[in-house]
Structures are given as structure tokens and as C-alpha cells.
Design a protein around this ligand. Structure first.
Ligand SMILES: [Zn+2]
Length: 485
């Protein structure tokens, strides 16, 4: 059944999406198929048509009816992926026979393709989860298709095909379940009044809470109204009113303009809470109770399992040690969220975590981090001080040769030992190179398995070991997948 390219293109897209590939994964795979066969499942490698004296159709028919017997060993590329190697053609033919289909049948070839992809460790998983077409396209080219030409031009050509397919089929669905996670808004909202002051959609997964003081005892409705004029150039995601009502000002899928930091607002839900207009910018009991309900709901719906607060600005701004609560005063010369709410951040985290059923972490919520100055962590008796301010701890260590500053986990953080580069082995084929130390940085494709030199480290968050900078300058890799050699 000869099918035209366009028809097959749509069918292949539908098939791959139905099989659970992400839109970028499907598009990246399809860019390769397009380069190989132009989506024709009966495509016989052009140079072999003359050599063998067949067309796509007569070759397919001759294989099907058994009059041509050298299908497996003739070395001719065939089908969607131009399968060439004898073992692959043998498997394809056997697959067609067992399915009772023509060797050129589109759906049979897709079934065969998916099954054979599963044999490449990590590749199918990548195609189901990736959010970049280039990563998917390169992975298929390097691991599965392995054409003679694997240069940058060939990669770019295939990724270009894939991007066009993505633009055609997936773009219109962007912002829904595909490219970005699907976002919802809080069911606790009592008034919705969307501000035009926003960036849509947010460009980072929602993983942070930023609580502000409104500086005015307003209702949620009045609070939202303030952000309606475009001249205001500001907004927030939610307003908690003095009576405990909750206003939706910017949907969670979008970035609000609230914290004087694009980076922060792209990953945070920002909440303005009605407050007094003077220090300590106190909020009503009703507003505080509603805030706890709202934050708990936001965490639940967005998979934030635990809130982590830190009284250390550096930890907050760099999201160190799992810290996922930030404050406006870190990004601008403001007292926001005001003394009243700032001092309650630890208590807010503790209460929300109790409701979420989260266990306490290494930095108990609401408690100051202490920097201890000792000879060694084990030698608690040598402690000459414990400080809430790291600078003070450093000063103390400087004044006492042989002493170091330890964090809550007993990790020596000052003075920092000179870093010496080391080598690691990377064995997996689907480890991303990132432009910076974290998953949030752009991917630069996969690193080939082999031995590499790490010249700099960056701490990880949560259970992550951290990130290592490659000596080549190519970027950073997760040390979770590196073994020291
Ligand atoms: Zn603020």
C-alpha cells in the first residue's frame, strides 16, 4: 500500500504520541525518519533500485511473495529507517511475517521500530521525556541510525527536520500538557482578576514560594485591582486579603512581575499578603491562616514535597540545601516581606510541612543555621564558637590557625581546600552536558562514554552529588553518573 509522504507523516506522529513519546521525542525521531526515507515505509535505497532492477513497489512485492530471496543480505537500505544491516533486516522480515503483514507495512514497521528502540538502553526513556528536539534527534542519530555521516551538518539537518515537525504538530499545544508541565490554579481562589502584567508562560518549573507583604490592609479583590493597569508594571500570582479571601492575579502557568527578579519569578509562586503599612507590616490572623492553606495547596498541586527555609541569604538566592522559599528583600532594596512575615517563614514552612506529611530535614525549619568553628567536626570539644553569620565564623577561624568552619551537616566549608582536578569514567550514553551546574541549564547534547577530567565542582541540591565542570570547556555534567577513576 503505497502511501504519500504527508499522510504517513501525520500517521507516524499520531502513532508515536500514542506510544508515549514526548512531542520533542517524537519530532526528533521523525526528523531522522524523514532524512532516511522521507516517511516512505516501502523506500528502497535509491542507489539499489538500478543495481537490483527494482522500484520501491516491485521490491516490496517480490520480498512479500518470496520471489526475491536476498532481502536480508543484499545490503540495501529499506523502509522508514532504511534498515541496512543484515540482522536488522532479518528481524524486520521475521516481524512482518509473524504479524502477517507486508514487509513495507507502515504500522508494522512502527511497531518494529518501537520494539527495537527499547533495546537501546536509555534511548526510549529519553524520547519519552525530553523537552528538546535536538537532544532527541542527536540521540537517535548517534545511537540508533548511526549513518556514515554523523557530523554536525548531518545532525543539524535532521534536527531541523524534527523542529519543523514539532512546529507543525506540537506548537499549538504548547503550554498545555506537552512542552511544559500542566499547571492548575488554586481551588481556594475566591476572586479572579487577571493582570496584564505578566510573562507567559513561565520558563522554569514551579518549585519556589515567595511571600510578600502588600503594605495595605486590602481585600483580595482590591489587591488584584491594583495590578490591573498596565502602567503599574507589576503583579503577583495570588493576593491574600485581610479577611482571608484569596485572589488570582496571575495564573500559575505564567510568570508574575513581583520580586524584582525574572529568574525568581519564573520559578516561584508569588503571594502578596494584605498587611499594615508600617513596621513590622503585621498581617491579620485570618490572612495568615489563609496563607497557610494556600501555600499548602500550591505545594500539593505542584509536587513540592517539603518547604525549606533558610535565614542565610546566599542559601535562599542560590537554592542551596533544598531551600525553596525566597524573599523580595534579597533582590531589591526593600524590607518586603516585612519583619512580621519574615520572622514567621520558618513557622510557615514547619506548619505546611506538617500538613504535607513531610519529615524534617537537615536544616530544621524556623531554626537558625549555626556555623560551628572546630578543629574537626568529630572533635566537638575543640569548638570555640557557633555563629549564625558565616562571616563571623570565618573571622573566628581566621584568628585560630588549624580551625575550620562547619555547616549543620558537619561539612567543612571554610577555609576551602584547594581543589585538585580528578578524572571520572562515564559509562552511560544519555548523560547531558549542561551549560551550567544544574538541570535548569541548557543541554548541549550527550557526552560520549569515556574518561573525563573534572576541573571544578558545584554542590547539588537534595540527594544530588553535585555537578562537575569538564576540562574541555564543553560544560557541566551531573556527578551522579560519574565514577572516579
Ligand atoms: Zn514584595
Amino acid at each position: 500500500m503505497p502511501l504519500t509522504g504527508t499522510t504517513n507523516e501525520q500517521k507516524i506522529w499520531n502513532y508515536l504520541i500514542a506510544k508515549g513519546l514526548s512531542p520533542c521525542g517524537a519530532a526528533g525521531l521523525m526528523g531522522n525518519i524523514q532524512a532516511e526515507s522521507g516517511f516512505s515505509s516501502t523506500n528502497l535505497q535509491n542507489t539499489y533500485e538500478k543495481k537490483l532492477g527494482y522500484t520501491d513497489a516491485t521490491y516490496t512485492a517480490a520480498v512479500d511473495n518470496g520471489s526475491y530471496t536476498n532481502f536480508i543480505h543484499d545490503g540495501a537500505g529499506y523502509g522508514l529507517c532504511q534498515w541496512t544491516f543484515w540482522s536488522l533486516k532479518q528481524a524486520l522480515l521475521a516481524y512482518a511475517k509473524s504479524a502477517g503483514r507486508s514487509v513495507g507495512d507502515l504500522e508494522m514497521q512502527l511497531d518494529y521500530l518501537l520494539e527495537s528502540l527499547a533495546g537501546y538502553k536509555g534511548l526510549l526513556d529519553l524520547l519519552k521525556t525530553t523537552d528538546t528536539v535536538k537532544a532527541a534527534s542527536d540521540a537517535v542519530l548517534l545511537n540508533y541510525e548511526r549513518p556514515a555521516d554523523q557530523g554536525e551538518t548531518a545532525k543539524a539537518k535532521r534536527a531541523g527536520f524534527g523542529q519543523a515537525i514539532y512546529d507543525k504538530y506540537a506548537k499549538k499545544q504548547e503550554g498545555s500538557a506537552n512542552k511544559m508541565p500542566s499547571y492548575t490554579n488554586s481551588p481556594l481562589v475566591t476572586v479572579t482578576m487577571l493582570s496584564p502584567n505578566r510573562s507567559s508562560p513561565r520558563n522554569h518549573a514551579l518549585d519556589t514560594i515567595t511571600i510578600h507583604c502588600f503594605v495595605g490592609q486590602v481585600t483580595a479583590k482590591r489587591g488584584c485591582e491594583v495590578f490591573l493597569p498596565t502602567s503599574r508594571q507589576a503583579s503577583c500570582n495570588y493576593v491574600v486579603g485581610k479577611d482571608g479571601d484569596i485572589g488570582l492575579c496571575t495564573e500559575e502557568k505564567d510568570r508574575s512581575w513581583c520580586t524584582s527578579s525574572s529568574e525568581n519569578d519564573n520559578r516561584a509562586v508569588t503571594i502578596e499578603v494584605a498587611s499594615d503599612t508600617v513596621e513590622p507590616y503585621a498581617v491579620t490572623d485570618k490572612a495568615y491562616a489563609a496563607l497557610l492553606n494556600l501555600v499548602t495547596d500550591i505545594c500539593r498541586r505542584n509536587g513540592i514535597k517539603k518547604l525549606v527555609w533558610s535565614t542565610n541569604k546566599n542559601e535562599r538566592m542560590k537554592h542551596l540545601n533544598g531551600c525553596n522559599m525566597t524573599v523580595h528583600r534579597d533582590y531589591a532594596n526593600k524590607s518586603c516581606p516585612g519583619t512580621y512575615l519574615y520572622e514567621r517563614h520558618g513557622a510557615i514552612a514547619a506548619e505546611v510541612n506538617k500538613r504535607l506529611g513531610a519529615s524534617g530535614g537537615s536544616t530544621p525549619a524556623g531554626k537558625d543555621t549555626l556555623y560551628r568553628v572546630r578543629k574537626t567536626w568529630a572533635d566537638a570539644g575543640s569548638q570555640i564558637g557557633a555563629y549564625t553569620l558565616l562571616d563571623n565564623a570565618k573571622r573566628s577561624a581566621d584568628a585560630h590557625p588549624g580551625y575550620s568552619v562547619f555547616d549543620e551537616n558537619g561539612k567543612a566549608i571554610y577555609p576551602v581546600a584547594a581543589f585538585s582536578p580528578y578524572t571520572v569514567r562515564i559509562s552511560i550514553r544519555d548523560l547531558y552536558i549542561r551549560s551550567g551546574p544544574g538541570k535548569g541549564y541548557a543541554s548541549r547534547g550527550f557526552i560520549s562514554p569515556g574518561i573525563y577530567t573534572i576541573v571544578e565542582e558545584s554542590p547539588g541540591t537534595g540527594s544530588s552529588t553535585g555537578w562537575g565542570k569538564l576540562k574541555s570547556g564543553a560544560g557541566w555534567v551531573s556527578l551522579d553518573y560519574c565514577t572516579r577513576v
